[in-house]
Design a binder for this molecule. Sequence first.
Ligand SMILES: [Zn+2]
Length: 417
Amino acid sequence: MGCVSLEFQTGNLSAALGDFTRATPMAPSPIAYFWLGRTFEGRQDLRSALPAYGAAVRMAPEFAMARDRTNFLRGKFQNGNSAAAFDCSGEITIMALPQAAATPVAPDERLVDPECCQACGGPLRVRFAAVRDAQTRAVFSILECARCGLGHTAPRPKDLAKYYRGYHGGRHGMTASYCARRRLRILRQVAAGAPGHLLDIGCGDGTFLLAAHAAGWSVVGTEMNTGPARQAGLEVYPNISDMHSRAPFDAITLWHTFEHLTGLRATLEDIRRLLSANGVLIIAVPNAGGLQAGIFGSQWFHLDVPRHLYHFTRSALVNLLQSEGFLPSREWHQEFEYDLLGWSQSALNLLAPGRPNLFFDLLRGFQPPIGKLASAAAWLSGALLMALTILLVPVGTLIRRGGTLIISARPHGRSVE
Ligand SMILES: [Zn+2]
């Protein structure tokens, strides 16, 4: 590809960064990966040094986990058609591709980096440098659009399947039927006329679709893992593209699904085509602009990286809907059990960081490998935190900054409720 390869010998990170910026005629890289050994002494220095170069800090989790007791640092910069890789043991390789190269640098095989906002194309800046996945202990960053505020999980693993192990089925445990009834009530409030044809994108085990079917809707769903909903007797497909032969739909719902999808704009384009002339779209997401998100920051339970690829504030979601030809109509600022768990489990994770989301795992029926006493203590502390935080749920709702945000919308130029 006509790469130019330069090598520098140094054990000093700052010198390496300086070498890189001197060796390439481009601006300092906006994107950087750092792979650290867990015991690397200079981690703090690294974090404070990087903003000067306009770089986002990423710690590739696989390396952090695999090299538990070693001191090493490997890094990679990428900036359009320029890239550099280095290793703090002293070997630093800088590769500068010709600036006029027609083909961009091949993306890393394992990771995909958003270079600009996937909703509005605006520039991204670091919101949280390090957010840990409670399930795999992997660490990601969250980048935020400077224009619309949409959060992006970065880097995005190309193969997300391993992060979904044990994720589907029984998500709500004992609150499942209560949750389905609430969602059905919201659907009734915005759907025009009698129950019609409903598509639930990301239908999980199908609890909501079964409730809608019982209420008179003809229902179909999509889900990455179709097994549980099909076992419940539902018609479920893996992709939205499978739905075009079943259109038009009178209502399309995404209950805590939209933040998991890779192509936001493409999904909304598909939905526009799938909706009937009088159809309605309902999207529920965790509210990244909510009260609990603001208080817990990078520790907020509902960040749920990397399964949540996007983090919506109200204005980010409204702007995206409008730019894709939808007219937002109504809003709700609470899904009770999501909001309550957002408060209580985030607080528990702060107080007892050793086993994050333990209470959540117990609630949804998972039995972690712990003794009866530890299990009883987790139940007790979880119940206590729920009791202490329950009044915060209506506070978030009242000031329209709940843990959850639900917005209904219709395509422009069609009748509204
Ligand atoms: Zn944006």
